[in-house]
Design a protein around this ligand. Structure first.
Ligand code: UT7
Length: 324
């Protein structure tokens, strides 16, 4: 049957680096605390003018298209996963289509918070499996620092900006395997209100609620209790043992969450590639940025068995298994 194979990967991160020491001049924090509790040392921050979400999405997409060795005109579908679009409409996908100099694509955005890339990947897989499109772009792009409260040390230390992209091409192969799910149980633990609600500005707390508001401890607990379980379920569904899987490409949100997941699965931490130290949490861009790094470093090879997993606001979580 037809399935989408990743034939090209690309990423983009803005040049400005914000270190933990830089943050310690803004809020009461320090490098030791941030490193120990999160694994993050630095993150990239967009200027918000040139490197908008759509611009970063395009830069990652252009690199992925080049890496795939396809002509941009071959792209038939573009889906961008983002929680931080610079325009509510048209979609970021439409902006990428314009910037690639092509037209006639199916274009839309997906918001399922941090697992957005996995969600978008599975949406595109459906179009490919049904024979509707042959070549597609899946992108995760975020400008989270626009939504960060620089007075809140519990969140501003975590997030960074960037984009990652994959070109998928229809090939004969095993069907796509995934679990996407969500629960309203901890919905209030990760929320950002839309800024365009002028009638709400009479409420003195409204401005603060438009930033990322998070109960990190609750999210941490929930994720560690649910996500490894879902990963085990998917492995069983696919008839693959956890040991056979070569890479666990896991959302780069907190190194301690990754450590706890590896421990729960009984899998060596070496199978969990990480770049959180330099990227921070880039939400839906996190997984494609990491995949691109792995490909560039030569650790992601043809035939490797890969499990992607992510979680975020909703709370949503998603897991995918594929052979690269
Ligand atoms: O993709 C989005 C999904 N979100 C996540 O994955 C977030 C998951 N959660 C986390 O990553 C962690 O919960 C955090 C890194 C956000 C926080 O770590 P924690 O170990 O849960 O710390 P905490 O919030 O329980 O705070 C412990 C202490 C508190 O002080 P007291 O009350 O014990 O005196 C905080 O006020 O650490 C304090 N604290 C800080 N200290 C220095 C909180 N943030 C900071 C900080 N620097 N940046």
């Amino acid at each position: 049957m037809l399935t989408g194979k990743i034939i090209g990967l690309g990423s983009y991160q803005p040049p400005k680096i914000l270190t933990n020491d830089d943050l310690s001049k803004i809020v009461e924090t320090n490098d030791e605390w941030i490193t120990e509790r999160t694994g993050i040392k630095e993150r990239r921050v967009s200027d918000g003018i040139i490197d908008t979400t759509s611009a970063m999405a395009y830069k990652a997409a252009a690199e992925a298209v080049k890496d795939a060795g396809v002509d941009p005109s071959e792209i038939e579908m573009i889906v961008v996963a983002t929680t931080t679009p610079d325009l509510p409409f048209p979609s970021m996908a439409c902006c990428v289509q314009r910037d690639l100099g092509i037209s006639g694509c199916i274009c839309f955005d997906v918001n399922s918070a941090c697992p957005g890339f996995i969600t978008a990947y599975n949406v595109v897989q459906n179009f490919i499996e049904n024979g509707h499109v042959k070549t597609a772009l899946v992108i995760g792009a975020e400008c989270l620092t626009n939504f960060v409260d620089w007075e809140d040390r519990g969140t501003c230390i975590l997030f960074g900006d960037g984009a990652g992209a994959a070109v998928l091409r229809a090939e004969e192969g095993d069907p796509n395997s995934f679990i996407l799910t969500s629960s309203p149980e901890k919905m209030e633990c990760l929320v950002a209100q839309s800024m365009k609600q002028p009638k709400k500005f009479d409420d003195p707390d409204f401005a603060k609620s438009t930033y990322i508001n998070m109960n990190g401890k609750e999210v941490f607990r929930f994720v560690v209790s649910k996500v490894p379980q879902t990963m085990m379920e998917l492995a069983e569904k696919c008839g693959v043992s956890l040991d056979e899987i070569d890479h666990y490409v896991f959302h780069q949100a907190n190194k301690r969450i990754i450590d706890a997941t590896a421990k729960k699965l009984g899998v060596s931490l070496e199978k969990f590639p990480m770049n959180i130290e330099q990227t921070g949490n880039t939400s839906s861009a996190s997984i494609p940025i990491l995949l691109t790094k792995m490909k560039k470093e030569g650790t992601l090879k043809k035939g490797d068995k890969v499990m992607m997993a992510s979680f975020g606001g909703g709370l949503t979580w998603g897991v995918n298994y594929f052979v690269y």
